[in-house]
Design a protein around this ligand. Sequence first.
Ligand code: UCC
Ligand code: FAD
Length: 581
Amino acid sequence: THSFTHFPFSRSAIGTFFQERPLLRNPFTQDALLRGYLRRHLPLQEVQLDLTAFGERVVCEIDDLGRQCEQNPPRLQPYDAWGHRVDRIITCDAWTRMKHISAQEGLVAAGYERRFGEWSRVYQMSKLYLYAPSAGLYSCPLAMTDGAAKVIESLGMPIREAFERLTTRDEKRFWTSGQWMTERKGGSDVANGTETVAQRQEDGSYRLYGFKWFTSATDADITLTLARITDHHGNTTPGSVGVSLFCAEVWDSEGRTNGVEIQRLKEKLGTRQMPTAELLLDGMRARLLSEEGRGVASIANMLTLTRIHNTVSAVAAMRRITQLGREYSTKRSVFGKLLKDHPLHVQTLSRLEVETRAAFLLMMEVCRLLGREETGAATERDTHLLRLLTPVAKLYTGKQAVAVVSEGLECFGGQGYIEDTGLPALLRDAQVLSIWEGTTNVLSLDVLRSISKSSGRVLQAFFSDVEERLRGAGPALLPAVQSLHSSLSGLAQFIQTAESRPSESLQLAARDLAYSIARIYMGALLVDHASWEGASHPDVYAALRWCENDVCPVVSGEIRGYYSTSAVLSDSQLVYQGLEK
Ligand code: UCC
Ligand code: FAD
């Protein structure tokens, strides 16, 4: 029964019912799996306290700054009032605050201070995982900054000051880096796409001339970029062997660009919080970082880091939408009861939760392996697994994030589609995660590359690691273990035939193979986590649920003939039917 002192709507134009909003609560204290994972692997009070405090800062300060970045996107001022080129990128104060906070909180530094030894990357990435969905895409420059620091470190610190600035906690000294690889001819095919040339100067530096088609967070202090060194006659070497890696400062102390004209800022579906520009390099002064012709191989270290960051952002987006979705279900009442009391709605959330948990454990495993590699603790198997799982995690979670966030938005009904709830931005920003840093197909081919370059040792590492993880499982997990064992043997059979396949057929199978590796490994990690003595019933349930899916799609693809020559023809006829010549 309702009692009104007057009729609803009589004095007010908008009625009396207002839906309570879903509150962002401390993303660390609310995250049972993250807490469980750290209890198991890094049970330090110091870590606990830092992440709790940081989670609080995300809620009370950072989330609002992230929204401000979305509402005040960057602008380009190409000229001053008198017609002089100024090439200024104007960003909002919140974006600058994000830079300061990132330094203070050591969001890059923690990876290099190595305070927690081989667990330092797990600690750093846990923090970034809490930060990313509220960061207004500041997670992007941090990814590239981390990648640049890694490259510089791995090349023996040729530019010590830059390394020190990229990894400092001092906000006044902190630098970020860009990663300019993509040109108009190709972002995936860098070896053929790179047209930028580098002319050697008398002092040993270079000047770069070319056009960079996508440069994100262009307000960065320095950048790593690729170019072809010209010989005395101005000629360059085509292909990958002609590409070298350079480092350049983007601005001088007066804020003028270093031989760069900013052509325009891109108008993007998402990631609107940060500038992404097209740049004409017109004599940009740069320093050669790699050996001549080793540019692609040398930037691979950066790609490893940025792909891991991409994975962290993808999983973080899934976790954010599931946290907000379940929160909302305790506040929204429909058909006479709260959403949380509608089992079908809870089943929907539960499916998202399983996806998020599997993705989380894969992300953490890659971070753990990275930390081990960087502290000399990695076994040969760890190194192979890191090489394999980096592209696998990036390609799988990038896609998964879009699906989970999209379903997650639906959990808010119409409100999920409303801009100023902040929810739609999560979906927009997730869509890029499968495109940049290597598209799904390009990374699937990178998985093949990692396998073939190691003469099968990468796969051996994978099989033995999965088997080891399944060995410790208790009886409650038996159906999951059986499903994974049968998938493993299906995968092994597929791989046995791989050597005799034409390369086109292998390429056709690459995506399904990468998905199979991802799903099997995620299953093994879920089983492993659920077998830990501190595991809970939901941990076991998540493992069982995950393994009920088809975790090895490459086997079903093979049975259906997806990778045969006739499939190539049929796919082509299907796709191009009706296309006018
Ligand atoms: O998109 C970008 C920035 C976005 C903003 C940052 C966001 C970060 C996340 C934030 C979250 C919010 S930057 C652009 C990213 N671009 C790409 O990822 C390029 C995609 N294309 C590829 O990945 C290709 O596979 C290439 C370009 C890396 C290689 O193609 P090729 O030319 O066919 O390569 P090759 O000839 O097979 O390889 C050349 C060398 C080989 O070494 P050597 O010469 O010793 O045999 C390869 O083994 O590079 C080595 N290599 C690798 N090494 C290639 N890929 C790798 C790898 N992944 N790891 C180790
Ligand atoms: P293409 O290579 O033309 O790909 C087109 C399609 O072909 C894709 O679906 C791809 O999967 C498929 N494909 C390509 N090769 C193969 C193959 N061999 N087999 C099967 N399929 C294939 N780049 C930078 O260097 N620095 C940046 O800071 C940066 N920021 C970005 C920001 C945003 C918002 C976006 C959207 C992009 C950014 N990029 C940046 C560029 C990005 O890395 C490239 O767009 C991406 O790598 C793909 O390259 P491409 O656009 O040339 O696509």
